[in-house]
Design a protein around this ligand. Sequence first.
Ligand code: PMP
Length: 394
Amino acid sequence: MPELSADLYGTISHKLDALNPSGIRAFDKEVSKIPGIIKLTVGEPDFNTPEHVKQAAIKSIQDDDSHYAPQAGKPELLAAISDYLSDTRGIKYDPESEIVVTVGATEALDATFFSLLNTGDKVIVPTPAFALYFPLIAMTGATAIQVDTSADNFVLTPEHLEQVLAKEGKGAKAVLLNYPSNPTGREYPEELLKGLAKVIANHHLYAIADEIYSELVYGVDHYSIASMIPERTLLISGLSKSHAMTGYRLGYVAGPAQIMKSILKMHAYLVTTVTDNAQVAATEALTNGAADPIAFRKSYRKRRDLVIDGLTKLGFGMATPQGAFYIFAKIPEFFGKDDEKFARDLANQAKVGVTPGSAFGAGGEGYIRLSYASSEEDLTAALARIAGFVKKLE
Ligand code: PMP
């Protein structure tokens, strides 16, 4: 096809020009071209979707579930999510007015930001953070205030939040928390969440809680800020990570009915509703799938320990990741702080792909993120390659 002429191109919307595509995907694309590379870059479970969930999806196609589902979601799925949240968080969400099923947690975030944020609002984002938050917040006309948590082992403390609000709190609307965290794997203990909940309530803010990794925790319990301040929390989650269902695109947001009304409106305009069959599969996963996340957790934990052990011996530092499937490792001192150079050299010279920490915002400089959702053989081989690379540099 011929290219657009300059005058035609000039007339298209340039609203998105200032938003850069995720640094993670860009870097991943670059390193993927290197022959023989072991990629520890992408945040995706390496398990297949559990068999009983696949069977439910197949049966749903055969049963002709090929119609528009209700916009907020199929009643059986909404009921299953409500029961799941009641069992795991102790909160009773009304399936008819307080939950919307979305296209992955990504759309849940998108619809939540659009429904909550006005132009000029500020969202407090503890960093390093999932890179997608920044363009999504910017698209609403709001601003993300990055709060570097590297000095506190990558958690936002109530005291730190108070300080930030005292300095930059004018126009603040919400605090965005992601625990367990991508990229650091850090979980928020109950007492800390209680402290944050108090500050958030005192300042009349909302909490947006991205709990997509809540089923993947190792040796700690998962608590939700939604259990503490449900009336001002938008709880976001989904089945991508817990049930290895990234491709089904199944997420949800739960919160107070008045806000959910606008989220539903936004969702209806964006996508109408989520794929009918994916919703049937998700209902099966939540209703009969209690054992799946437990098996995943066991396997991830073993691999996490393997990578922590290997990296620590090589002089990398880290705050122990307690959840998700990432390790956020501090590059050995002698190398300096240029994480992008480190990751690029590691990819080119040792054929291991990792993500530079600075892709995740303030506090990520001098770190790399490794995803351990890869086979033990790949992780062992990658560690041997990293060891060779680091020894050569020393
Ligand atoms: N939040 C976080 C913190 C994530 O890491 C991801 C996926 N990498 C998402 C949300 C998006 O999840 P989904 O695939 O369900 O859209």
